[in-house]
Design a protein. Structure first.
Length: 276
């Protein structure tokens, strides 16, 4: 017989439930006297643990809602996860380093050729940050420069101070000059003061990046040094493989050829009179 009762102290008040007068907890590792929660039968301890998981899920959904409503992430960001990556194409060494990164602990500089998977991996790190209940944001370097041009008092760059983990994608693909680099330094400086992590992706390794920045601020050579300093402490991730897009395309062609051969072989087996 099932009866409704008030919530015990150990269970979150946000989680309604029903009490079973007899029976055992449905958790095989527990098997204590039961309570019903969301259609399943669990004891008070298991309800408490499940309630904690639900609370974390609600918090994560709230972070996602804020990021989406504010335009801080793009369509597709949430689909990039470590547990959905393809071992056929990922560079295991770099992925292992990225997975071992404690969300929000350091800044990250990720370098590699076009199409090697930098953006995907960086977004995996954003999702890992969400799982750790940290707010996230994403912007390309070009969008950052456009925001600076729009002015600080509009949407500007002010929102970029907020996310606990921020991705700035494709650093080398924007028309930087001394003025925009000054804004970039201010962003990194403020975020470091606030103890917030920044992930930066680029086609250039760290050594080449320094020279590249100097070429864009020849009259203020201290600026590139200051930018690199504000990126510390930093985790460096460097891809060695080439474009994954070409690799995936070649793999798709191989699959198509293999499928065609399989279809032909099946047809030949079915047609005993085939002259071939």
């Amino acid at each position: 017989m099932v009866s409704t009762t008030t919530h015990p102290e150990r269970v979150s008040t946000r989680l309604p439930y029903l009490v079973m007068r007899d029976g055992l907890c449905a958790n095989p590792k527990c098997r204590r006297p039961t309570k019903v929660f969301l259609g399943s039968i669990y004891c008070a301890d298991c309800i408490e643990r499940l309630g904690g998981a639900m609370e974390r899920r609600w918090q994560r959904d709230e972070l996602i809602s804020r990021a989406e409503s504010g335009g801080y992430i793009v369509d597709g960001t949430l689909r990039c996860r470590f547990d959905r990556s393809n071992p056929e194409f990922e560079e295991s060494r770099v992925y292992a380093q990225a997975k071992s990164w404690t969300p929000g602990s350091t800044n990250v500089y990720m370098a590699g050729t076009i199409g090697c998977g930098k953006t995907y991996l960086a977004r995996c790190m954003l999702n890992a940050s969400l799982d750790a209940m940290l707010s996230i944001g994403e912007v390309t370097a070009l969008e950052f420069i456009k925001a600076v041009t729009a002015g600080y008092n509009s949407r500007g760059v002010a929102w970029l101070y907020g996310p606990k983990v921020l991705l700035i994608d494709d650093l080398d693909k924007a028309p930087w000059n001394e003025s925009s680099l000054g804004w970039f330094w201010q962003l990194l400086d403020r975020r470091r003061t606030l103890r917030r992590a920044t992930i930066v992706t680029s086609n250039f390794d760290a050594a080449r990046l320094c020279k590249w920045l100097e070429d864009r601020a020849p009259k203020n050579l201290s600026l590139p040094t200051a930018i690199l300093d504000r990126l510390r402490p930093i985790t460096n991730l460097s891809f060695e493989q080439g474009s994954l897009r070409r690799k995936e395309s070649s793999f798709a062609v191989q699959l198509s050829e293999h499928a065609a051969e399989s279809v032909l072989a099946a047809a030949l087996e079915e047609d005993d009179e085939c002259p071939f």
